[in-house]
Design a protein around this ligand. Structure first.
Ligand code: G
Ligand code: G
Ligand code: MN
Ligand code: NA
Length: 249
């Protein structure tokens, strides 16, 4: 209740910030995309991470307004970034809102951001809760040219049938699959078979949470397309992204 009210006033007072974590091409190691990650800069100077307040925002319904803020800010910021992709996290509640595709279309129109460069990261929870509405919305969203990415793969119950039904353009392997992969045979087997499966289904694959060269070597050898993790970059404010991009030729 109290946090809920604080979030409302945070939104009114413009206290949310969007940071961006670069993703690199597994082979060239050049930055090919960024993921938007929200932060709350409180008036007392504290920075609060999304795992604290996103669940509260989801419960109170404030996630709709916060989510639209993140999308608009991200599309605006990414206009300057030489055509790299922009990946934005979308909550289940947002995807279940029938107004969402219309609002997304409006943001694309207002900002002039190229829909082909936008990816929405969703988790399987969205789809399990309400597969009919989700599929209808995803059709509209894809009609704009926006890609759909399954986030946090390896933490839930996504079946192969499920992956085929929703035809995601990309799969993001959760960092729990990566962490053990360099020294634990079970994790490595799961990581390798997830990558093979994604390739068989013609999906791009990103490995998340890569922190060591050993993990990067492993996922690169397994055929991962992109790598995201502290080995290469942490999330940073918008004004620090350009310096990490290769100039457009
Ligand atoms: O940046 P960090 O690791 O603290 O993020 C924690 C969680 O918050 C992750 O699961 C991430 O997907 C989620 N998250 C970050 N930014 C956003 C956002 O803008 N919208 C939603 N719905 N989730 C976000
Ligand atoms: O759920 P989602 O995949 O959207 O969450 C992304 C979160 O993972 C962000 O909060 C980001 O800060 C965090 N993250 C990104 N790279 C790394 C990493 O290399 N190690 C760890 N521990 N967390 C990471
Ligand atoms: Mn994500
Ligand atoms: Na993830």
């Amino acid at each position: 209740r109290k946090l809920d009210e604080e979030l409302r006033s945070a939104l009114r007072n413009n206290e949310f910030r969007v940071n961006y974590q670069p993703l690199v091409d597994a082979q060239t190691r050049k930055v090919v995309a960024v993921e938007s990650l929200i932060r709350w800069a409180r008036p007392d100077g504290k920075m609060v991470g999304p795992s604290i307040f996103i669940p509260v925002a989801e419960e109170s319904g404030l996630i709709h307004a916060i989510g639209l803020f993140v999308l608009r800010q991200s599309c605006q910021d990414a206009l300057d970034w030489n055509g790299i992709k922009l990946s934005v996290n979308i909550s289940a509640a947002q995807l279940r809102d029938p107004e969402f595709p219309i609002q997304l279309g409006q943001i694309l129109e207002d900002t002039g951001f190229a829909p082909e460069l936008l990816e929405l990261e969703i988790t399987e929870t969205c789809l399990v809760l309400d597969p009919i509405v989700a599929e209808r919305s995803l059709d509209v969203i894809r009609g704009f040219g926006v890609n759909v990415v399954l986030d946090d793969f390896g933490t839930g119950y996504a079946s192969i049938g499920f992956l085929r039904q929703f035809r995601f353009e990309k799969l993001k392997l959760d960092r729990s699959l990566i962490v053990g992969s360099a020294d634990d045979e079970g994790s490595r087997a799961m990581m390798l078979s997830s990558i093979s499966m994604a390739q068989a289904l013609k999906m791009d694959v990103t490995a998340e949470g890569v922190e060591t060269e050993a993990q990067a070597d492993l996922v690169r050898a397994a055929g991962c397309d992109q790598i995201q993790g502290w080995l290469y970059f942490k999330a940073m404010p918008a004004d620090q992204i350009s310096q990490h991009l290769t100039p457009a030729s």
